[in-house]
Design a protein around this ligand. Structure first.
Ligand SMILES: [Zn+2]
Length: 343
């Protein structure tokens, strides 16, 4: 474990060096005269990016964990290192894809917030290959296929991050402390796989996701999980009824979950795709059908004018209970679902 951590620290150090190299040059620091000789560099297009990462070493570790994703697929994915890293120092990878349409719907696509749901990351890698198809280019994308790299890369892949925290219970829903603790103790029997942490957003991975909501301001969030084989939805839009063979079947709303935080509290539509198996990919035609149905649903149901994340954020003050938050039509707040399940 020590050498594992050490190697990621080394990688992080290398990245920090690259980032330093990208800071203003010595001539720029030499004063206004020197700076005037060379034209100012354009501002970075995306302040999320820390450095272009040599994906080789990371992909060599990731590929054996990801069904159907070769090292070459991983290396040619165009993923970048975000400014944030996981708890153990693995860079969080993401990719942006601009839209060809004007005023596009912005989509935040997340895979693998639970590290032992291998297909939930692998399918996002497969979908990334299709981001440049005409249908996909109607949308502006930010894609993060491995939100929890520590869990995925653990000796035995695990749900939690390196701190042992279930990232999907670490988002700041109202009365977070009392409700997540109560739920964890009473409903899960203090299951270590579902430990929410001691503070909301205590983890770099959940903070990074939260940061993307504020900066990228998605109109819709798609989060991929496994293995319940259903679609779940939270938020004000019409729920999708079917993506491929996956049918809409709400799995519940949990204190601290991303679905609760975004869909119920912030009224930001979020689709949770639960693939039917954590280890085995759906057949290729099904991978494609889920993708296509998702695009069609977004085109018909998500509209750029509907998203006002900055205003909605004002409603996040602690004090409101989950019960007080009005669920969207057709979506009941379920606080007492079977304890051992839930995305
Ligand atoms: Zn999950």
């Amino acid at each position: 474990m020590k050498s594992f951590r050490l190697s990621w620290l080394c990688l992080a150090a290398l990245l920090a060096c690259s980032a330093q190299a990208a800071t203003p040059s010595a001539s720029a620091k030499a004063g206004p005269k020197a700076a005037a000789k060379s034209p100012p560099k354009p501002a970075p297009k995306n302040n999320n990016a820390r450095a272009r990462l040599d994906l080789g070493p990371l992909c060599a570790k990731l590929s054996p964990r990801l069904p159907g994703v070769s090292q070459q697929d991983c290396k040619s994915s165009g993923l970048l290192a975000a400014s944030a890293s996981s708890r153990s120092g693995v860079p969080i990878l993401y990719k942006d894809q601009a839209a060809k349409a004007k005023n596009p719907v912005r989509v935040l696509l997340l895979g693998g917030i639970h590290g032992d749901e291998l297909t939930a990351s692998a399918i996002v890698f497969q979908w990334m290959r299709w981001l440049q198809t005409p249908q996909a280019q109607a949308f502006q994308w930010r894609v993060a296929p491995l939100v929890n790299p520590d869990g995925l890369l653990a000796a035995k892949p695990k749900r939690m991050n390196a701190s042992g925290i279930d990232l999907n219970r670490n988002f700041p829903t109202p009365n977070w402390k009392s409700e997540t603790q109560q739920y964890w103790v009473k409903k899960t029997g203090s299951d270590p796989r579902r430990f929410p942490g001691n503070q909301p957003l205590s983890e770099p991975e959940s903070r990074w996701v939260h940061d993307q909501i504020e900066r990228f301001k998605p109109h819709v969030v798609i989060s991929v999980h496994a293995p319940f084989g259903v679609l779940d939805f939270d938020g004000p839009s019409e729920p999708p009824q079917r993506f491929g063979r996956l049918l809409f079947n709400p799995v519940g709303v949990y204190p601290g979950s991303l679905g609760n935080y975004l869909g119920v509290q912030r009224k930001l539509p979020i689709v949770t795709i639960e693939l039917p198996n954590s280890l085995e990919m759906p057949p290729p035609p099904e991978v494609q059908r889920i993708w296509q149905d998702m695009l069609v649903w977004m085109r018909n149901n998500i509209h750029p004018v509907a998203a006002k994340p900055a205003k909605a954020a004002k409603n996040l003050k602690p004090g409101k209970s989950v019960a007080a938050a009005k669920p969207p039509a057709g979506k009941a707040v379920v606080k007492s679902k079977p304890s051992q399940s839930g995305n």
